[in-house]
Design a protein around this ligand. Sequence first.
Ligand code: NAD
Ligand code: IPM
Ligand code: MN
Length: 363
Amino acid sequence: MKLRILVTAGDGIGPEVTNEAVAVLKEIAARGGHEFVFDEKRIGGVAIVQDGTPLPADTLDAALSSDAVLLGAVGGNEFNSLPPDKRPEGGLLQIRAALGGFANLRPCFSFKELTVNSPLRPEVIEGTDILFVRELLGGLYFGQPREWNRNSGEAWNTMRYTHGEVVRVAKVAFELASKRRKKLTSVDKANVLEVSQLWRATVNEVGKDFPGVMLEHQYVDAMAMHMMNRPRDFDVVLTENLFGDILSDESAVITGSLGMLPSATIGGKVNLYEPVHGSAPDIAGKGLANPLGAILTGALILRHSGGLEAEAAAIETAVRKVLEQGFRTPDLARGQTQGVSVLSTKEMGAKVRETVKQQLVHA
Ligand code: NAD
Ligand code: IPM
Ligand code: MN
């Protein structure tokens, strides 16, 4: 299998974690006889500084002609006063729009070894397996009009969805649910917002084609609570762009660290793969970042862009084994002092590579 993967590492811990993900993918390629060709381009703050724009044209061209894009993270405090489209985050939203993927899959698992790292009780979170399907190209992020009018002292954004935008993402969510535990929770604010009423009616309509999937609706405020109280009750969770952004970071509390969560965005011209976390300026450049979310994102590339299920599973198993052996980055060692070894970003990447190698030898 040949895969051309564009790496846009971005800012802060982005380069640190994508380096480890790429190294694991190279190990898989070497062992399995695959050819993964990596190219690197700038995005975000690093591109603003060097190219004067958060998404240079050659980055976008390279992305559009690749088989998959692996993005680290963008953003930095020095850019906070720029208008949204000129900021590093603007570059991320532009590449998402240009690649066209509208369904952002954000899996959240409870890893047995990490339950102690969560402020939630182990008996509440053990066995959690949620797949968020976050709509990624609509809602407040892209709706027009949007403006901060400094003369009038007003600012506005628009939460807008079309029927077609909800249909296409709902279909993806129902299809995924029908291959899992056959439950779909759609999250909205239909008690207040017209856009959520359209969302709910459309999800009900799409649901008629999936009678085998149990559909429920939750308001987003209540969902934020249910997810903490009874996370095991949820299978696929479908929601709009901003609600999905918030709920998926909240779900990191179940897993034990934001640094564990991967994502894949499908449905467009080229799939885009990003860990859920950001550039983490508070820990950047210190070797403290957890690379496992980025490494698990690499597994999603193999699954969704390469059809390499066994290789994707080998990475996921290696991550579990490394945790079982007691290896932790600092964010994963909060609740544990005994029986764990705290590793740097690079050391954690090396452990996963070693374990992947052993697994492929024994396969
Ligand atoms: P963040 O996700 O960068 O960090 C939140 C907290 O989680 C921080 O304490 C950080 O140290 C910790 N954390 C995050 N990833 C970690 C990892 N891999 N290992 C260990 N700890 C980790 O969110 P923030 O601080 O709100 O935002 C920082 C910048 O990142 C902002 O500019 C924001 O816009 C940007 N951001 C970018 C993306 C992206 O590029 N996909 C996503 C979220 C935030
Ligand atoms: C994420 C991030 C982005 C989002 C920002 C940085 C634009 O928070 O990927 O979760 O809000 O989508
Ligand atoms: Mn986010």
